[in-house]
Design a protein around this ligand. Structure first.
Ligand code: CMC
Length: 433
């Protein structure tokens, strides 16, 4: 809960003075509480893109964009490079603290137990065309899960919620792998209960019916870290979508399916695909890094330097720093060096010394290096954003539950400034000109 500050904000409007309380969070972040602004003044606020709007109070993730700080439940993101599993982090985000060994084992066992899809759900993949984008299948199938688990629409207590969360975190991996196999016309590979979260996913992606894919430790570690670094990022577009859908009382599956759709966009999770497309264009010699940056700066072009810039970070995105360092270390071992890494480094160098990017405080974001790493561990480009979704799911779930448990939850319903036609009369078709 935020605390009430002793000082107040004063708004002068039409000769009247209105006072609004100021609230403060645990990291001294302050907000003017305008809950009764319209009731008091008849005015609303206009904040396009919600850049100044706090939509909720949350205890899950803290970001200081100016200083480049990111913490999950208080723990700095850099400390997650020290070897926790994605399962650990998922539990932490959802439950607010690190799991004990017994809790970890139970959660891990649930993730193994729930990995299979209902057989009739498995057959539904056949109905999608081969070219269907895996993100579309992912969203549709997460939504479809609610048809197979009607008992989980209304979560009565914490234990039921935890089982629903484990089901979803486990099954998203299976759905993702089946979506990929379908796009390649390959038979589905059932989850292997002997494997942990990451190697099991890679097994379902790449094993053949006659030959099991053995996930190298290096690949496992890299993917584990990629998932962790994507696990939550406070009120980003997809998480806000999950919260907005959930605010209407929609169930966990439906809310997270909506989150997948929001993540798909190229300005959000879809940027990891766009980064790779950009790097490949440069690699193929279609354009030089210098020319690309020039286009990205031009107001006459729609080109942006993909993987650069962030609504919140006005400094290095700490996740990009970590991924860049890992790419540098792992790539020579994984794929004997990738020319795209060189191109990325060159783009970064040009942009970071260009006044356009300096003035606008545009730095590499999480998507700048994640695609290069994913490619190095064998993940096809059409699955990049799906991997982001698998990583982000624990965050979505944590936010959905936090909101669900908030007594004062109100349906999310912004207002607008109407700019359309003023009153006019309906005209019968015969009388229209
Ligand atoms: N390349 C060139 N110019 C840029 C870029 C970029 N990548 N990003 C922002 N700008 C410019 C923008 O044109 C504007 O210039 P001006 O003030 O002259 O009009 C200024 O910087 C501010 O940009 P904005 O669009 O108002 O910033 P925003 O906070 O609304 O958007 C963003 C943030 C991430 C959508 C944007 O920086 C962007 O489009 N980046 C490229 C896409 C990308 O990498 N997305 C991944 C985001 S991080 C992971 C995630 O959330 O999924």
């Amino acid at each position: 809960m935020s605390t009430l500050c002793s000082d107040q904000a004063i708004l002068t409007l039409g000769g009247n003075e209105y006072k609004f309380p100021i609230v403060e969070g645990s990291e001294a972040e302050r907000g003017i509480d305008i809950s009764d602004l319209r009731a008091k003044t008849g005015h609303i606020t206009l904040d396009k893109g919600y850049g100044n709007t706090g939509s909720c109070e949350s205890a899950i993730t803290y970001i200081d964009g100016e200083k480049g700080i990111l913490r999950y439940r208080g723990i700095p993101i850099e400390q997650f490079a020290m070897g926790p599993t994605f399962t650990d982090v998922a539990w932490l985000l959802i439950n607010g603290r690190l799991p004990t060994t017994a809790e970890y084992d139970e959660f891990s066992a649930d993730l193994t137990r729930y990995a299979n899809l209902d057989e009739s759900m498995r057959h539904q993949f056949e109905g999608f065309p081969r070219v269907a984008p895996p993100m579309a299948i992912l969203s549709a199938m997460i939504n479809a899960l609610s048809c197979f688990h009607p008992e989980l629409h209304e979560l009565e207590d914490e234990s039921q919620f935890r089982h629903a969360a484990a089901r979803l975190i486990s099954k998203i991996r299976t759905i993702a792998a089946y979506a990929f196999r379908h796009s390649r016309g390959l038979p589905n590979i059932y989850p292997d209960p002997a494997l942990r979260y990451v190697p099991n996913f890679m097994h379902m992606m790449f094993s053949q019916p006659y030959k099991q894919y053995i996930c190298p430790q290096l690949v496992r570690d890299a993917l584990n870290l990629i998932l962790i670094l994507h696990a939550d990022h406070e009120q980003n577009c997809s998480t806000s979508t999950v919260r907005m859908v959930g605010s209407s009382g929609a169930n966990l599956f439906a809310s997270c399916a909506a989150g997948v759709c929001a993540l798909w966009g190229p300005l959000h999770g879809g940027a990891n695909v766009e980064v790779l497309t950009m790097l490949e264009q440069i690699h193929q010699g279609n354009i030089t890094p210098e020319e690309y940056v020039k286009q990205a700066k031009s107001k006459d072009s729609k080109v942006r330097l993909m993987g650069f810039g962030h609504r919140v970070y006005k400094n290095f995105d700490p996740r990009a720093k970590m991924l860049g360092a890992i790419a540098e270390k792992l790539l020579p071992q994984l794929s004997a060096g990738d020319p795209l890494l060189e191109i990325a480094r060159r783009l970064e160098e040009i942009a970071l010394s260009d006044p356009y990017f300096i003035e606008r405080q545009l730095y590499p974001n999480v998507d700048f290096y994640s695609g290069i790493l994913l490619r190095a561990i064998g993940i096809p480009t059409n699955m990049f954003t799906v991997i982001f979704a698998i990583g982000r799911l624990p965050g979505w779930i944590a936010h959905w539950w936090e909101q669900n448990q908030t007594q004062a939850n109100r349906i999310a319903r912004p207002r607008q400034i109407y700019v359309g036609e003023t009153h006019r009369d309906f005209v019968l078709r015969d009388n229209r000109r």
